[in-house]
Design a protein around this ligand. Sequence first.
Ligand SMILES: C[S@@+](CC[C@H](N)C(=O)[O-])C[C@H]1O[C@@H](n2cnc3c(N)ncnc32)[C@H](O)[C@@H]1O
Length: 499
Amino acid sequence: MICPKRTSELLDVHLAPFKVKDPAWEIGISKIAGRGVMATRNLKRGEIIFQDMPLLIGLAAQEEDSLNACSICLKLLPDTRFMCRQGCGLPICSLCGKKRQHKTDCDMFKSWGPNEPDVANSVIIRLLCVARAINLTKDQRDLIYCLQANLDNNHRTEVRNAAKCFKNFPTDKKLVEIMNRTVAVLRTNGFDKTTDRCTDNQEFSYRALYPLFGVMNHDCIPNSYYTFEEKTNNMIVRAAVDILEGEEITTTYTKLFTGNIARHLFLKMKKGFTCKCPRCSDPTEKGAYISGLYCRDTNCSGLVVPEITGLPHPNWNCLKCKQKSTHAQMMKSQDFASGAINAKVNSNSLRTLVHYLNEKSDSFIPSSNYVVIDAKMAVLTRLAQGREDCNEDLVSSTRLRYSRDIMQVMDKLGLGDSLLRTQLEQQLHKEEERRAKKQLELAEKQRKLAELEQKVAEADKLLATLALAEGAAAEATAAATPAATMQATPAGTPAAEQA
Ligand SMILES: C[S@@+](CC[C@H](N)C(=O)[O-])C[C@H]1O[C@@H](n2cnc3c(N)ncnc32)[C@H](O)[C@@H]1O
């Protein structure tokens, strides 16, 4: 492990633009693993702990990504004529084509001679983030070397494959070593294909190295969360809960709503370690039962959860009847449920999906299971994009119900603040406001109706009084008419008709 002091010195240089008198963090020896980021004072939930900026950033350009995105601003471009005309093999927008960073990238790749410079090649575009390490300053390069690099047999493959796409790829051992090391550092500490960010529903697909963030260790219930500044891509890390002075500041490397086994496998395979946090040591995951499935015994209504063994295929136990099941048996149930729900998630009808989740899925999978949570998240995302085939009442009740369901899971897990919680709270708030406004409008309508009804009643009363008065007047007139007049009227013709 490189000493925390040297790491701090290099980080100070990197983070000079954000220098503050009394930083809330320092690099220290971690109880979790190697170095870690520690709180230098008590921190309140929501407080900014630090800002970080990318030392390296570039398009992820993975196979499933569209390649027509600018290699500088990372924004999606029209899907024709987006390649640089200078022959470097990089996609670029008209604004960024004039920037210094592009000139540096373009000169470097041009000198390597891409085989087909006019054709977007994912291997070349993906390499850019790594190759940019060559043009960093010595301090910046030292910082890369200072970060942990999990070296496996595969870490040289990326550069080896990229070399085949150029005519004059560097053979200088030092340059190739810098790139190979950068690949390993990016894999250990970086982001790849982040799905955390999107603008106008367009997902950013980039890989990046945020060095201070790279020193943060993982916890399945992290005590911090991050957001990004749109224009600069800078990262802002905040306290998710109150943090005490001296406590380690942790982040999560995995999705939060995955079960113990899936997280264990991901961390083992991708990050090379086994997490021993309290959530990973609790078969119920703090009572959230995210991996929970129904007992295979049809007479038992218990939930079955995996044993904590650290093995990828543990046995499962029913918490009620204590019956044991094999991993393969429980995976059959999970696969069946995942298949059924995902088929509905991928179908076109949002109404059908909501109906399925509300009325059907509970009969074969507990609502706490991650596949149900994922499906509810998918519904909320689709609702945020438009109403689709749902009427206003269904949209409103679904938003309220699913946001509350997901927040309940977060509370059970003990998750503090996060971007997701903020978004859910905003949705709930908006929905509650909308409902309150609708109720006010309804009350106003009822008030007006009551007012009208009262007016009608008063009018009726007035008419009745008038009618009475007219009747009385007619009677009085009749009574006052002299007998002579009556006699002068021809026989059989009422006086009124005459008039
Ligand atoms: C991004 S680095 C974290 C900083 C690292 N501790 C250091 O000294 O530079 C990621 C590596 O730290 C270790 N690590 C992080 N979180 C861990 C955890 N919860 N349990 C065990 N090892 C962990 C693993 O070796 C992982 O590959």
